[in-house]
Ligand binder design. Structure first.
Ligand SMILES: N[C@@H](CCC(=O)N[C@@H](CS)C(=O)NCC(=O)O)C(=O)O
Length: 228
């Protein structure tokens, strides 16, 4: 795959960016990684993603593709080895449904649970826990959402495995009680022990410092613009 010109513009802790790196690595595609400062955006990012001005951006043969779920589909269609989405259309539809539903519901609730306190935090923890119950039912009895291998939905939800525990520590909250969510807990262990995932995770202590800072700056100019 050495002749492919593939670049990933991302931010070290971006859960969206990790998806792109995981997908490329699972397929054995080499890429150049370009670190972006999302607090002081480069002209490169503004040129590559003028609509959302966000990372990640995949650049394949000088053509940018943005939005992590769209990038995952592009990667899966472009490089056929190690298919990410399930084969059957209904299974594919379900994988997309869970990916986007969890993103919309848990992304916001988890972030607010970490960053706030009092009633607002309590409501957010409750909301996040309710979504976890649905995810628990989905993963029960399986090693990965993709079956025996890490697939599209594992990549889409992978941030739960490494970010939620950090958010729990920063927010002094519990969303993932292992006794309540044994199937998610064992999926997290399986996912985090996969060599590709291990290879790309940011150091936990650096993440803790970063999210403590984000929490301390909340509410602030960022209140209406959750960055990750
Ligand atoms: N829906 C986008 C979300 C991307 C996103 O929010 N990226 C964050 C970094 S983790 C970002 O670039 N934030 C900059 C900003 O919000 O201005 C995706 O899935 O790619």
């Amino acid at each position: 795959m050495g002749s492919e010109d593939v670049k990933v513009v991302s931010f070290w802790v971006s859960p969206f960016g990790k998806r792109v790196e995981w997908a490329l690595k699972l397929k054995g595609i080499e890429y150049e990684y370009i670190e972006e400062d999302i607090f002081n955006k480069s002209n490169l990012l503004l040129r590559l993603n003028p609509v959302h001005k966000k990372v990640p951006v995949l650049v394949h043969h000088h053509k940018p593709i943005v939005e992590s779920f769209i990038i995952l589909e592009y990667i899966d269609e472009t490089w056929k080895q190690y298919p990410l989405l399930p084969h059957h259309p209904h299974q594919r539809a379900l994988a997309r449904f869970w990916a986007t539903s969890v993103e919309q519901k848990l992304g916001k609730a988890g972030w607010v649970a970490m960053a706030t306190s009092g009633d607002e935090q309590e409501r957010a923890v409750k909301e996040a826990t309710e979504i976890m119950e649905k995810i628990e039912d989905e993963i029960k009895g399986k090693e990965f959402f993709g079956g025996k291998n890490v697939g599209y939905l594992d990549i889409a939800l992978g941030w739960i495995a490494h970010l939620i525990p950090v958010w729990e520590e920063v927010g002094s909250i519990q969303i993932l009680d292992p006794s309540k969510f044994p199937a998610i807990t064992s999926w997290m262990t399986n996912f985090l022990s996969h060599p590709v995932i291990q290879d790309t995770l940011p150091p936990r202590d650096k993440m803790l410092v970063y999210y403590h800072n984000r929490k301390n700056n909340w509410p602030s100019a960022f209140r209406n613009s959750v960055k990750d």
